[in-house]
Design a protein around this ligand. Sequence first.
Ligand code: 9MR
Length: 470
Amino acid sequence: MPVRTLPLPRPRHPRRAFGAAAVTALTALAAATLLPTGRAGAADTSLRSLAEAKGIYFGTAITQGDLNNPALTAVAGSQFGMLTPGNEMKWDTTEPSRGSFNFAPADRLVSFAQANSMKLRGHTLVWHSQLPSWVSSLPTTQVKAAMENHITNEVTHYKGKLYAWDVVNEPFNEDGSFRTDAFYNAMGSGFVADALRTARAADPDAKLYLNDYNIEGQNAKSDAMYNLVKTLKSQGVPLDGVGFQAHFIAGQVPSTFKANLQRFTALGVNVAITELDDRIQLPATTASLAQQANDYAGVVNTCLAVSGCVGITQWGVGDADSWIPGTFPGYGAATLYDATYRPKPAYAATATALGAGTSPSPTPGASCKVTSSVNAWNTGLTEDITLTNTGSTTINGWSLGFTLPAGQTVTSSWNASLTPATGQISAANLSYNGTLAPGASTSFGFQASHTGNTSLPTLFSLNGAPCTTA
Ligand code: 9MR
């Protein structure tokens, strides 16, 4: 059996070990007092606390530039309990020239994670891509020393700070053969074991992973990964888990996903969903968004059903942050949040799959209430909005998303910073009113022009979770 290695607060499958009453009591206790994030309380139904109550994590990838987006950081720090730097721990950033290390960009992300009580996955040490040309230009006799030096320096820098490392990323071609990159060309397949041993020596406590895409179902590539894991385990090479990137297309999650994860955990490793997204052909429709919701719920249910699946990371916070549109023209809308961090149907499906329906909250994830009022004249209006924290934990930094009715354009605002001026708006706190204790309220407002429709905004969400409206 795979060992449970994520230091989460309660057993993964308590229903297997305890009676129903004990499970309820334990769940309440964990939710109220034990979660390590310091954020979860009895009525906190963020994705991160829902996931943690189930014994897994729910994470996201963030880049350095994302830290300048207050709407994004408010959602990221509230909804996600694990952070993977999107680019900043890759070789081209961390060792752009030989022996010259730059950890500043990733350090900023580590600080953000720590400030928000998020755990960290390191990504990635040995990869053919985002690799500076000095490495691929080395004589093959020098690659091993360069790789070991890189791993030792980077892992040592982050020693004790990371939950896990993607030590080797994407070693295989689609047909299951090894990629003939600088590392394979220099060392053959033995580079994988060497990289893992070097990482373990530098940080004995970080979980060590191999990570790849298109290995979610059973196919030639996942067979190759399976055989590699089997060999490494039989040789006693330090390997704790396999990361399944899970860059899915809506409606095409492989039917063999669960069975495939289970054959890996049977080898004695954990598994993690490391880069989840589910792309939709644009424009998204009600039907494709519903399919995506179904897919996300299926991924959550699969991880929960596989003992040894430690957690799920989505690649990027919202649709505007995703790599998909740039790489797959015509596709997008791949995440849980739209471009202004309003939760999509997949959010509610994910929250429900994580158990939100069992909470007292009428809306999955809701820990906020919004009241609003409007005063209109022939071409203009003012709107006052009051936001109340109905959860049991303090909110540190807020972004309130809402939809402005057609024809209304914001011309000025007070007590919050609003962008953009029309359509789907994000209202972010100012420096003095970002903290909202449980039960506390704050008010802001704006002036807008209109073309006849003076109705109130709709679809409020706070830090990525829907709010109730009075
Ligand atoms: O999200 C990353 C994007 O910003 C980079 O441009 C891209 C370059 O390859 O890498 C992206 O992240 C990749 C990850 O590191 C490995 N799996 C595939 C991801 C999407 O390309």
